[in-house]
Design a protein around this ligand. Sequence first.
Ligand code: NIG
Ligand code: FE
Length: 437
Amino acid sequence: MTSLAVLRASELVTLSGPKRPRIGTELSSLGIIRNGGILIRDGMIEKIGPTDEIEKNLGDAEIIDARGRVVLPGFVDAHTHLVFAGNRLDDFERRARGETYEQIAKAGGGIWSTVEKTRAASELDLLAQAKNHANWFLRCGTTTIEAKSGYGLTVEDELKILRVMRQLNASRRASDGIRESRIPSKAPVAIDAAETEAAPEIVPTFLGAHAIPRGMSPDEYLEFVIAEMLPRVAVEKLAEFCDVFCERGYFNIDQSRKILSAAKKVGLSLRGHVDQLTNSGGAKLLADMGATTADHLEQTDEQGIAALKKANVQPVLLPGSVYALGSSRYPRAREMIEAGLAVVLATDFNPGSSPTPSMPMVLSLACTQMKMSPAEAITASTVNAAYSVNRGDKIGSLEIGKLANFVIFDCEDSRELAYWFGMPLTHSVFVKGERVL
Ligand code: NIG
Ligand code: FE
């Protein structure tokens, strides 16, 4: 049994509350314990409360002094494109000269250029790049990452991306195994440093319907995704969710419905990129399909918001992509909160429209551009995000019985996380009670 105690946090942000995603005024309630402490045993939270309470029964616990610092559950990033090769610096420069995302895609940049680089990369090379990305997330305080495929668009390349995610999770388990082997009777086993690098847990999503390969019609490609890719993904259990890019020039409403229905039949839960650049009624489609989340929603109107509410779909808002595309049309977060939606915030980390792994940057954008309060933004990026990846019972808040995934930040007040922007405040990061940064 290994135990750890974190003591004297200036603010221990527990997010304790009902065992479901938070709505309305609940988003403002962070369950802060001042001068708080946590007792952790075998990677799980055993006790949480004021430091004097926790101190009463420390036993042989290793002590971490968090004096003057905020302790928060690790961020859960519910929408990323973690696995891809290269970057899109040329697109970035073209956008700075005034070209739009759609113009750049037509001219040979955009998603397609990342597809070409990702196809050319070996699984090993892609794994190395993904580990590097995962480490960036860790440095920003994120301990769980939803990750989408979608830069392969052939059976082999889509499977390659999903296998990289599986390997990232396997390398976490390998390092967990080493921790177990530190039990006295066994000698520590040497382990390759690379094997211990990928500390965040990855939640895999299949996004074969992300773009249409050259030389195919949308319908032809969609049939291929449904007949050839989806069964392999399901049989090899490579994904938990299926997603689709429902947008003009990509997949329309009917095509999106087809892929999502097929995915549902093979047991995947659903997410969707909808109403990002145009309002095509994507929010309503996802409500009809019983999706877990509807993501982007920059163009979603009152009808779309009402449909999401009726079907209990969680909106995943991605202000990083609005910012990086130089747009000013942010999703209507206040209306969504007032309508009772369990709002989630995520980075949309990808090389084109949102090259940031930083949840604190997203918190800043949520407060300055979408008029969410710092507390609402924290709830949306922790406990609500955890429910949106079907892990609300294990992560997202600091409560007895949950995993000890938490971050210590170099600030005294949790509002500072959204306030100081462009500067990492991460002091240290713990996953299942182990310090990983
Ligand atoms: O969420 N919208 C589609 N997919 C990504 C962009 C991907 C890319 O540009 O490479 C997004 O914004
Ligand atoms: Fe995305």
